[in-house]
Structure formats: C-alpha cells, structure tokens
Design a protein around this ligand. Structure first.
Ligand SMILES: [Zn+2]
Length: 442
C-alpha cells in the first residue's frame, strides 16, 4: 500500500539536524501552550496563577517556567464538568470521538478524550514505531488482546493498517486459540506485554508446539519494561526465535518512544514529544547522559485533552551513545528504569525493581515467574524473593541459590531471603504482572 524505499517512516523528521529539531519543538510547544491557554479552563487557571502567558515562551529555557501537571491533577479535574473529562478539555465535548482510560494499576483510572485529529496523531506515532521495527506491507500482524478501552493496541492496529500490514485482531480467543491462529495464518509479527510474550511461549510448548516453528519474525512489546531489560529480552527472543523490540507510551501522554531494528536504546519521538528529565533532588533539568531523573513530557500535537509538562514519575536517563540507524531523535538508555514511586530505599539503599528482574531472568535454571515482597521485620527492612526452579534443575537447588544471592548482592548491594516455590505455582499474569510489592507503604 505505502511504497517507500527509505528505512524511515518520515525521513525528514527522523533525520532532522538537532538544532532544527529543537527549533521545531519550541515552535510546537508555543503553539500547544497557546492553544491550551486559550481553550482549556483548567490550563488557563493554572497558568494565570503562575503568572505566565503565551508571549512569555520565547526560548527553550522559558519552557522550564511552565507549571507541571501530574496524575492527581488529572484525576481531580474529572470531578468537574463537562462529564466525564472535566474542564481540561480544549475542544467542545461534541468534538471528542473516542473514550479511552488508563489501566488504573496505580489508582482511579484517568479518562482520555481524543478528537479525530488526535486519533490520526495516535496512529501516526505508532506508525513511526512499527516502521522503525521493520514492519512493512508484507507483514501479517497478530494482536493477541481484547483491546477494550485501553488505547495502545488500538493505535498499533490502525498504524499497522496505515503501513499496509495485514492485521489480525485476536481479541476474544483464549491463549491456545491465539497460538493456533498465528500458526494457521503464518503470522510474521505480534505485539504483547513481555509477561504475555513469555506466557504464550510456555502455553505453546505445553500444547506440543515449538513457538520457534510458528515463523514469528518480530515482536513489539508494550506495557512493561521487559524488552529493555537485556536478559528478559533474550528470553523472549530465544523462546520465539524472533527479534523483540520495546516501545513506551501511556494513555495520557501518547506513544512517545521506540526501539529501532538496531536494538540499542529507545528513540524519543522528538517531532511529536518534548521529553525533559528532572533531577528528583534538585528539580534541575538534566541534559547530561546516563544520569537518571523523572520524565516531564509534553505531547506537542494533542489538542482535545492537551498533555503539557506532565510529571510522569517514570525514571529514565539519556543514553551516552548514538544509534547507527541515522535517526537524530535522542535516545534513552534502558527504557523506563522504574517509577519514581517504586524506586525506593530498602535498608538505606536505592532499589529499582528492574535490577532484580535483570538478575533473575539471567538464570536459565529459573522459570519466567518471580515475585518480590519488601516488608518490615521489626525495624529492619526485609526483601523476600520468590522464584521457581525448572524441574530439570531441581537437583542443583543449593548451588543456584548461592549464585543467585551473590549476583543480586553485586547488582543491588542488598541481601535477600529467597523462597523456592514449586514450578507452576507462582501467579501467572495475562497482561501486566505485579511482581514487586512493597508492604511497608501500607
Ligand atoms: Zn535507531
């Protein structure tokens, strides 16, 4: 359908010199700021209280003066008119064409309103992702989910059609039927959460089907950090004999970043998003690479319910390398390292749950499932790690545990209590897994 000989979905924007890209971002930021100021009562009040108006944004530095918003504010605004979104809307309610909502894993769901123009923008953002991961009009793309009111897979679906792929929605089927359908139709690609990518491979093997025999060439991950954790990515790639690519997006933000076929870091789609990284201690914006902070993000073109300087609480860092693919979009290293709320001090040491995942998934003797529970025993923090040893390695239990404890200590500077659970007994998840529990917060 779409005939292109470039490796880029949009060669002009994806390879734009950085100075020009920055100019474009400032121009677009001014435009969305002015749009929100003039059309959204919520934003106008916020900006008036801060004493800032459209004419005040002249340079990149001025953007830092614009007040941030966060999820609590997005929830609060929903209690106001117009129902159910509140006065953050910057268009008349009649212009909204789709309702979506966040998954609500961290509290009350946030409702998302998009206009038809926003919806075109969503699928365009996803087209950058899929095209960069090698999706072309020859691909047969399976989506093993009921998309329901969650946005990501809808956007993936329309973007894949836009590229010219043949799209198969696998919604109402169960996991076994999905595997059979992918096999029957000789699908070449699918998209899923890392948890489900591994879960489907496990189910296929139990059905007597080697997932590698199905012919899947690429898998796009969403919803969890796994595809940016090298050991988890490797597990998925080995299970399916396919390339696994990460993408990151959020309902209230948009699909803002993607891994390309080089599989280095993730490119931030800087033509559509302005990403800033804020030092959580000093509040300064971090420009230097490999220093982590939380992401403040602006969707530069989303008009129905604008997202301007949203404090995502996602912890990220700029990469200290470029990508050989030639895209000039800046890269982040290691995907989302954690949530600012999840990266917590345990026994006085900062612990990111992804660091535990990286170690556990490097052990071929362990199953894909694990769980971490942090609690207090008296005054002392206790970390319990629950794992499953694969049946064929049970004889080596003591040796495995000793190696696991050592490697966890090296990676995280902490000691763990480890419980071995019978293979198949830890909870299995269909979409997003809840593997990290901090009971000290309750
Ligand atoms: Zn690249």
């Amino acid at each position: 359908m779409v005939q292109r000989d470039s490796i880029y979905w949009n060669p002009i924007l994806e390879t734009m010199p950085r100075e020009k890209l920055k100019e474009l971002q400032i121009k677009k930021f001014k435009r969305i700021f002015e749009w929100a100021y003039n059309n959204s009562p919520f934003y106008r009040k916020l900006y008036k209280e801060a004493g800032i108006e459209p004419g005040d944004i002249k340079s990149y530095e001025d953007i830092k003066k614009v007040p941030k918003i966060d999820k609590a504010m997005l929830r609060d605004v929903q209690t106001r008119e117009p129902f159910p979104y509140g006065d953050i809307l910057a268009v008349p309610l009649k212009d909204i064409v789709v309702f979506r909502q966040t998954s609500g894993t961290t509290g009350t769901p946030v409702y998302q309103a998009d206009t038809w123009q926003d919806w075109e923008w969503w699928s365009e953002c996803w087209a950058y992702i899929l095209y960069a991961q090698g999706y072309r009009d020859t691909d047969r793309f399976f989506l093993p989910f009921g998309y329901n009111i969650f946005v990501a897979f809808w956007a993936a679906h329309y973007a894949a059609e836009k590229i010219g792929c043949e799209v198969i929605p696998g919604g109402v089927l169960d996991t076994e039927a999905r595997i059979l359908k992918m096999q029957e139709l000789k699908c070449t690609a699918f998209a899923a959460t890392p948890t489900y990518v591994l879960g489907m491979a496990d189910t296929a093997r139990k059905m007597g089907i080697d997932p590698r025999s199905i012919g899947i060439k690429k898998i796009t991950c969403a919803g969890e950090p796994g595809a940016s954790i090298p050991t988890t990515k490797q597990r998925m790639e080995e299970a399916w004999g396919a390339k696994v690519y990460d993408h990151i997006g959020a309902t209230e933000i948009g699909a803002w970043s993607y891994m390309c076929t080089e599989q280095k870091g993730l490119h931030v789609n800087e033509a559509f998003f302005l990403v800033e990284i804020e030092d959580t201690e000093t509040g300064e914006i971090i420009e230097e690479p490999m220093k982590q902070g939380k992401m403040i993000v602006t969707a530069l073109d989303r008009i129905g319910k604008p997202c301007i300087r949203f404090d995502s609480k996602d912890v990220i860092r700029w990469a200290d390398y470029d990508c050989p693919c030639g895209r000039t979009f800046r890269m982040i290293d290691g995907g989302v390292i954690g949530r600012a709320d999840d990266i917590t001090k345990v026994k006085g040491v900062l612990l990111a749950p992804t660091a535990i995942e990286e170690v556990v998934r490097s052990f071929k003797e362990l199953s894909d499932e694990y769980e971490v529970v942090v609690s207090k025993k008296g005054d002392i923090d206790d970390i319990l790690l629950k794992i499953e040893i694969l049946p064929e390695h049970e004889g080596k239990k003591e040796e495995i545990l000793s190696r696991l404890k050592d490697q966890l200590r090296v990676k995280t500077n902490l000691g763990y209590r480890i419980e071995v659970h019978p293979y198949g007994s830890l909870p299995r998840y269909d979409v997003k897994a809840k593997r990290f529990k901090d009971l000290r917060k309750h």
